[in-house]
Write a protein that binds this ligand. Structure first.
Ligand code: AP5
Length: 232
């Protein structure tokens, strides 16, 4: 059965952290729209330039850009047995576009489709975001602080004042949209445009709620339990 998992939750709720762990264990490609857009920006492409205008304001990138990127990515061979969509869809309009993409790519394939909703109050998330650091090479996610007494699974390497990824030794970087000001705008965008998807997918009986305010390991345990329930 093809596994099609969609991760929805506010910025900093831990979608990326959990997707990395789940995609390694279940050998599913991690499709992270934000990372795909940041790669376009880094390449200096026209798409990247258009995306950057919105990302730096905490707004959604136009649908024609993201839906095309996702459609092409989901048609690639490594997605044949499934994938994790981290950051798409993010609006009712994108959900409609995704329904069409699924119709086109899945045909009569049997799918185990689930939507994981990362439920967490907004107040703890700004601190997570401003302290996030990522590896520009492998995408591993770190945090400068331990929050609520828990420790991210990996500690970065420290040399002088700089931090490096323990996998590939690249120097960790901070995302440009991880400032308090942009994070606030991202929350507003999330609540007005993305959160209504929970209602839409609940009506289709697809939603598994994950209590995302727990430590990373506990969140992962919930996720795995939900994945294995009726899974294959
Ligand atoms: P995107 O990159 O997708 O950002 P986001 O959705 O705002 O989510 P984040 O990546 O910020 O957070 P996360 O939930 O993955 O948290 P993480 O695991 O890293 O999108 C960026 C921008 O691109 C958007 O604003 C938009 O402009 C554009 N875009 C993207 N997709 C689009 C689309 N479909 N349409 C249009 N535009 C789009 O964790 C955060 C931190 O917390 C880390 O430091 C981590 O170590 C720590 N942490 C994680 N879990 C825990 C835990 N349980 N306890 C303590 N700390 C934790």
């Amino acid at each position: 059965m093809k596994r099609e998992y969609i991760f929805i939750g506010p910025p900093g709720s831990g979608k990326g952290t959990q997707t990395i762990m789940l995609s390694r264990e279940y050998k599913l490609p991690h499709i992270d729209t934000g990372a795909l857009l940041r790669a376009e920006i880094a390449s200096g492409s026209e798409i990247g330039e258009r995306a950057n205008e919105r990302i730096k304001k905490g707004q959604l990138v136009p649908i024609e850009i993201v839906s095309e990127i996702i459609k092409n990515r989901l048609k690639e061979k490594d997605c044949e047995n499934g994938f994790i969509l981290d950051g798409y869809p993010r609006s009712l309009e994108q959900a409609k576009a995704l329904d069409k993409i699924f119709e086109e790519i899945d045909g009569t394939t049997q799918t185990d489709r689930k939507v994981f909703y990362f439920d967490i109050a907004e107040d703890s998330l700004i601190e997570r975001l401003v302290n996030r650091r990522t590896c520009p090479k492998c995408g591993e996610i770190f945090n400068l602080k331990t929050i609520k007494g828990d420790t991210p699974p990996l500690k970065p390497l420290k040399r002088g004042d700089s931090l490096f990824c323990p996998h590939c030794e690249a120097e960790l970087t901070q995302r440009k949209d991880d400032t308090e000001e942009v994070a606030k705008a991202r929350f507003e965008t999330y609540f007005s445009e993305t959160h209504p998807l929970i209602d839409l997918y609940s009506k289709r009986n697809l939603v598994c709620t994950i209590q995302a305010d727990k430590d990373i390991k506990t969140v992962y345990a919930q996720l795995k339990k939900a994945v294995e329930k009726n899974g294959n």
